[in-house]
Ligand binder design. Sequence first.
Ligand code: ATP
Length: 575
Amino acid sequence: MASLPPLSAAAASLLRHHVCFRHPTPSRSCFANSESYGCCGGVPDAGRYARLRLRWRSPVRAKVGEVEKDKGADLGLRTDQPKSLRRRLRLRPRLRVLRWRLLRLLSPRELAGDAAAALRRAIRRVPPPAVASVVLGALLLAARLTLPKNPAQEVAYADLLAGLRAGAVTAVAFEEDSRRIYFSKAEDAGSGDDERETGRGAAVPKWPYYARRVPHDEGFLLGLMREGGVDYRSAPRPAGRLLVDMLTTLLTLWFSLLPMMWFLQRQMSSGGSADKRRRPRKQQVGFDDVQGVDEAKEELVEIVSCLRGSLNYKKLGARLPRGVLLAGPPGTGKTLLAKAVAGEAGIPFFSVSASEFVEMFVGRGAARVRELFKEAKEAAPSIIFIDELDAVGGSRGRSFNDERDQTLNQLLTEMDGFDSDVKVIVMAATNRPKALDSALCRPGRFSRKVFVGVPDLEGRRKILAVHLRKVPLEEESEIICDLVANVTPGLVGADLANIVNEAALLAARRGGDIVAREDIMDAIEREKYGVNGRQKGPDSAREGLTKLFPWLPKPGNKPSNPDDFQGLMGYHTLS
Ligand SMILES: Nc1ncnc2c1ncn2[C@@H]1O[C@H](COP(=O)(O)OP(=O)(O)OP(=O)(O)O)[C@@H](O)[C@H]1O
């Protein structure tokens, strides 16, 4: 049987339910062959279905239209409007949502619930030290407000001494842990009597006067009191004042410790909390963006194939390499290569600098490593990239840095702990491969070592081509690439990228719309000899260029006609 053309959902549903469009009550005879309505008899064949589709203007369509209209009416849509307009307006559901929101707004219960939820959310966001400060402050305020007013009148210490000398002072009470000296005079007979009778200090506020003690004068004061036969004693501080003083001391201490606590909390929580989780990034960089390092690229292409599944390594009992160590001089494109692997494989890329693991507190770096590997495993297949691995991966036992050793141990453990099925590749970059701990480089960990070297002439040409892609040039890009590559031996990708960027900046500085060869040559000199030292350089880029291509005009002798210039330069010969 020929394959049947698909029916629309509505037509299929009608056929399934045996609806006859001629007869209100369908019978078996309705499904006899019918040319005009598509009623089919029992077993459908391709021809009949095709007819059904072709005769879509028949009552089938009319019926389906009716059904849809009814459905629309049920939903409260205006079915007579054009469909797109109806869809666009969707007034009924919008009004329903608006009504629901209004009802929620006007209902006090809902409002209270919303407010409570918002408050809970806000409270959860406030850091605990801030909550503690507010609570302490509130307690202090409450204690101060509820403290009974002290009826004693403050007088000068000299007045107390004068009263004692004159024999006017009859009783004295030294408040414990404070500088207040309460006293009463003969004319205030009755005040302080309760105190004297009970011998307790609870009634200190009942004393009519108090003076502040002068330090180191207690001996003299006691002598005076003994001479005058004054009744003196010590009395405890009232509980309210004790509480206020305690809270004040606590708050002062708290505020002075707050910066340290904040710092500690930051250190302890970093890397651990959910909101600080590292977000993997999908890389946009591909192998096309990394040039001049073909051998390194070849090594990595294989890993991309394994990750993509295009290379069936399991068939031969092989395992995916767990670690790839990219070693080479700075700026040769190690980071870029790792990004390109992630970009080509289309998998999440967790990039971290090893110095981020170096923490002040022992155990924090190891916790960070654990966290990173956990996240990468959750996002598998994924790539972890550790830049400057030597910051934590240096040989153990050379220093007394326990924290660094623990971090490295954790890294080694994590790399061992991979299931062979978990597709997580650890890539690392270093400029000092010799400094690495030998345990890191053993097979099963960073078993694959890729050297990313300084690009050769062809490499430099290709790298320049990559970076000049988006730069508007006065001349042909290939020519510029040839020229610059020739005068920049020993420079790496990062230098070349910087030259292009500097040239564009120089062009912008002189107000140009396009980058001229002059800008590029200036940029090379800046790169080689620095901004200030370029005149002192023994061999400027221009001189180098003139040596290489003696037929080039002297810099500054720009011909008025650019065509002559082109011809004179012999660019075509060069390329
Ligand atoms: N081979 C290359 N192809 C294209 N661009 C490159 C290349 N090498 C370096 N670059 C450019 O230099 C920049 C820095 O390179 P990258 O960070 O990858 O170097 P690196 O080797 O990781 O350096 P380091 O060892 O100092 O971390 C890149 O963003 C890129 O613009």
